[in-house]
Design a protein around this ligand. Structure first.
Ligand SMILES: [Zn+2]
Length: 231
């Protein structure tokens, strides 16, 4: 697998446990090609020693976005696959079973040291596919169908649309990205995905990444609240 080759490593802040080490099998499950880079690009660029597989559940038939996804993965030092769930502008709700089966069909079977996915409430206000992806992955993990030693969810909020998404204050841990890592992530969004400088995506690219460690005792209460709020 190619090394990401970016100098500098994100600085981890927070009391949450260690991240997996050399050769760890890591799966990133996202709704759209670009979510992996926007929300976790710094994490992945900082860990070229991981074996990363990214599953993007939508846009396989999008002739513009699909090839860009694979170019982005090359920069991130990852392999991956795309699905083709409906991603129309009306965000028709999808059944949890449909989303879950797409996840399982894309991810290579096996035991993962770490799975990273969306938050149950998404990263901004709002995209239904993000939330549906989170619910399906969480369900598969809790059932034991998706074998992972640890699960991380993106931890961002946008104040209900009041500002661009930013790292949540109370997240399990936050990663402050060194300039070269942040710049590389921004280049993936602008040069590879082709988002213009003034686009929402390019302006969002977080300098600070943040994650919930799902299942850790300190977040039990948080997740119970989240699940209750999204029955
Ligand atoms: Zn998305």
């Amino acid at each position: 697998m190619p090394s990401a080759g970016v100098k500098g490593r994100a600085v981890k802040e927070g009391p949450s446990g260690p991240l997996p080490g050399q050769g760890a099998a890591v799966a990133v499950v996202v709704a759209h090609p670009d979510d992996e880079s926007l929300w976790a690009g710094g994490l992945l660029l900082s860990h070229p020693e991981w074996r990363v597989f990214v599953a993007a559940l939508c846009r396989r038939s999008d002739p513009d976005r699909a090839p860009k996804f694979y170019l982005a993965l090359k920069r991130l030092g990852a392999d991956g696959a795309m699905g083709d769930l409906d991603d129309g502008p009306d965000q028709r709700p999808l059944s949890e079973a449909e989303v879950a089966s797409q996840v399982l069909s894309l991810l290579p079977a096996g035991v993962y040291d770490l799975v990273v996915t969306h938050s149950l409430r998404g990263e901004y206000t709002r995209h239904r596919r993000h939330e549906e992806t989170a619910r399906a992955v969480l369900r598969l993990w809790r059932e034991g169908t998706l074998h992972a030693k640890a699960l991380l969810a993106f931890a961002y909020e946008d104040g209900g649309g009041a500002y661009l998404p930013r790292a949540e204050e109370g997240a399990s841990f936050r990663l402050s990205l060194p300039c070269p890592v942040w710049a590389e992530k921004l280049r993936i969004i602008t040069d590879i995905y082709g988002f213009r400088e003034e686009s929402w995506e390019a302006r969002t690219v977080p300098r600070m990444e943040a994650f919930w460690r799902v299942g850790a005792s300190e977040e039990k209460e948080f997740w119970a609240r989240e699940v209750a709020a999204h029955p």
